[in-house]
Design a protein around this ligand. Structure first.
Ligand SMILES: [Zn+2]
Length: 386
């Protein structure tokens, strides 16, 4: 895995000029962009169009980029530069910032750091932010954990976001970038508003989570475990050494700890019959379906040799978790559940609670992920020749 990762990084670097510390993120990746403005504010950028240098900015400069006849039309207030297939914004120092505002479709402006590469893709603008890895991580940390978390919680999220980014650096390789900015990869809205995050993150510089064999872990997390996290083999079918069920009292009584859902008894029974061929005509089986209980996490609801996977019930009925019990009330059944999410790895609410109680980021990671090591990603290169 490490060898594969390093080979990939090498390939990425050779074809696109990336290095380990720079990552290419497609921004507004879910939208078809026709036009936008890019405002260079306090820093200086070199603007390249079709690989020729157009200008170096000094002071505030506003550019408008617009799709016209399958090319990018580039203008500033004063000048129409022409039409190109590729426009690059390259920061002349390490402090480059660009305010990006979509006009069509219209979106609120966002501030991004470092370089941009804008190309044409199927008649729309394809906007790639080539950001320093830590600038990208800082953006993800705020997008995933908001502006009111504890410093130790931000550190946890930073290490997990870096681990995810490196483990999935090839996720969009064939499309010419590393990661998109949506939930599919990691949510990223550019530079964080809460800039203290940079200082807090210094403690975690380069750190990633690996398993016993030094493979980057699948850094799964969810909102609330309901008091017990799950085994990866019970949710994804694949066994790991680190996604193991743990008793998690830190998640108890947090905002997403409990949930309820009511549905008609007839609807519940016909769902079981139609979808799982569950024997509702058998009185014993019917009774189990109407008074199913979970104290510890179960994987199935079982009756007369029929196993109903709870993860399928959760998905089909859009329940918050699989950790629920069923109670009959009149002509309905009430699902009383605990937790929110797939329950693998870290519970975000539990982790937040731990940090408020004084636990450090390493304690949180070692509690929710078992048999792991937290190492510097640069040390991965040590294994290059083994
Ligand atoms: Zn993606």
């Amino acid at each position: 895995m490490i060898r594969k990762l390093l080979v990939l990084l090498f390939i990425l670097r050779s074809i696109t000029g990336f290095c380990e510390d720079v990552i290419a993120i497609k921004v507004f990746s879910h939208l078809k962009i026709v036009s936008m403005t890019m405002v260079v504010e306090g820093s200086s950028y070199t603007i390249m169009a079709d690989d020729k240098q157009l200008l170096k900015t000094s002071g505030e400069t506003i550019f408008k980029l617009m799709m016209v006849n399958d090319s990018i039309q580039l203008k500033s207030f004063e000048t129409a530069y022409g039409s190109f297939k590729n426009v690059k914004f390259i920061a002349n120092d390490g402090k480059g910032e660009i305010k990006l505002k979509l006009i069509n479709p219209e979106r609120k402006p966002r501030i991004y750091q470092d370089d941009f590469n804008v190309t044409v893709e199927e008649g729309f603008l394809k906007v790639i932010n080539q950001a320093e890895l830590d600038n990208y991580i800082a953006g993800v940390v705020e997008a995933e954990s908001g502006t009111h978390s504890t410093p130790e919680f931000y550190k946890v999220q930073a290490i997990l976001a870096r681990t995810f980014a490196l483990a999935h650096i090839n996720k969009h390789l064939l499309e010419g970038f590393s990661l998109c900015d949506q939930v599919h990869c990691q949510v990223y809205y550019g530079k964080p508003k809460y800039t203290e995050i940079y200082k807090i993150m210094e403690d975690t510089r380069g750190k990633v989570v690996v398993d016993e064999d030094l493979n980057l872990i699948v850094a799964a997390f969810h909102s609330n475990s309901g008091g017990q996290t799950a085994n990866s083999e019970d949710v994804w079918g694949a066994r790991t050494t680190y996604l193991k069920s743990v008793n998690d009292t830190f998640s108890l009584h947090m905002p997403n700890y409990k949930w309820e859902r009511k549905m008609l008894t007839d609807d519940w029974l016909s769902y079981l019959k139609l979808k799982h061929n569950y024997p509702i005509e058998d009185p014993l089986a019917k009774n189990i379906a109407l008074s199913f209980r979970q104290w510890d996490r179960k994987i199935y609801m079982e009756a007369s040799n029929v196993k109903v996977p709870l993860k399928n019930v959760r998905q089909d009925l859009q329940l918050k978790s699989t950790l629920f019990s069923i109670y009959q009330v009149g002509d309905s059944v009430v699902f009383k559940g605990r937790g929110y999410g797939h329950s693998l790895g870290m519970s975000q609410e539990g982790a937040m609670r731990m940090t408020k109680l004084g636990y450090k980021h390493m304690d949180v990671l070692n509690f929710y992920y078992r048999n792991i090591q937290i190492i510097d990603m640069r040390k991965l290169s040590f294994f290059r020749d083994e």
